[in-house]
Design a protein around this ligand. Structure first.
Ligand SMILES: [Zn+2]
Length: 281
């Protein structure tokens, strides 16, 4: 399932494919992807417009058009992705929308149809305004994370995945970051020691940057897709989806799967004790 790294790679690719180019034609026949907007409204907003820039906020992508045009917005949902096809190259299955430029067809593919491609409306602006800080942005300091942790009694993993607290972190990035920081995912956020908050801050940024770097070079595939290549993707993660494997850090603990606020979580019981250091036994 796409999180900040996949959205960021989409921002890079869509920028390369679209920035400075004119959208000759738009098709978005799937009403689920448009979330109630008409295809005509999308076409009116986009057709004939030149793309100014593609931006990202959390897991949301925003295509800015030149002139007095509204932005277009996309969310990848569970299985959404944007791909480029040119000339006689056949379309992949499950195409839900198409932006045609003079050079190529930029296609939104989404087998499960939980993604989104629509005009950015005032309600969307309000949603974006509520998002928490960008974890790779300058504003996301160790002190900022420590303050967020101190203000929450929820499990630390639930806090990390709350888009209104920190934007863009999902199940995989939260799981990996907590392992890297040596913090058990079910611990209460406000029970973390300052040193743990500092470690977690570093771990989040490291994990996000590393996932972005590694995913740049491969075709984007999500863990939930299955099929060929799935193992290669899984191997990118130290603990996510690795129940039963040896912990790559301590090399003695076995990765366990637990459920935290309804989501699968993976941890090393040796590296991530369930109570704060110094409070055990
Ligand atoms: Zn371990």
């Amino acid at each position: 399932m796409p999180e900040l790294p996949e959205a960021e790679i989409h921002r890079e690719r869509l920028t390369e494919w679209l920035a400075g180019r004119r959208i000759i034609a738009l098709a978005a026949p799937d009403p689920l992807i448009r979330r109630g907007q008409s295809e005509a409204a999308l076409r009116e907003a986009a057709e004939g417009a030149t793309v100014e820039a593609v931006r990202r906020r959390g897991k949301f992508l925003r295509i800015r058009l030149r002139g007095a045009r509204p932005d277009l917005m996309s969310h990848l949902g569970m299985t959404g992705k944007w791909v480029r096809r040119s000339g006689e190259e056949p379309d992949p299955p499950a195409v839900r929308a198409c932006l045609r430029t003079s050079a190529a067809r930029i296609l939104f593919v989404d087998p499960r149809r939980l993604g989104r491609f629509a005009v950015c409306l005032p309600a969307d602006e309000a949603r974006l305004a509520r998002l928490g800080p960008e974890p790779l942005g300058r504003g996301f300091t160790g002190a900022r994370l420590a303050a967020l942790l101190q203000a929450s009694r929820r499990p630390v993993k639930a806090l990390l995945m709350d888009q209104d607290r920190i934007a863009g972190i999902g199940n995989i990035q939260a799981t990996e970051s907590l392992w890297r920081a040596g913090v058990h995912p079910a611990r209460r956020a406000d029970a973390l020691a300052p040193a743990e908050a500092t470690r977690l801050h570093r771990a989040i940024r490291y994990t996000l940057r590393r996932t972005i770097r590694e995913a740049r070079d491969i075709e984007l595939r999500y863990v939930s897709e299955g099929g060929p290549g799935r193992e290669g993707v899984r191997a990118r993660f130290a603990v996510y989806g690795q129940a039963g494997a040896r912990c790559p850090r301590c090399r003695s603990g076995r990765i366990e799967r637990i459920v935290v606020t309804g989501r699968s979580s993976f941890l090393c019981p040796r590296c991530q004790p369930s109570s704060a250091p110094g409070h055990r036994g």
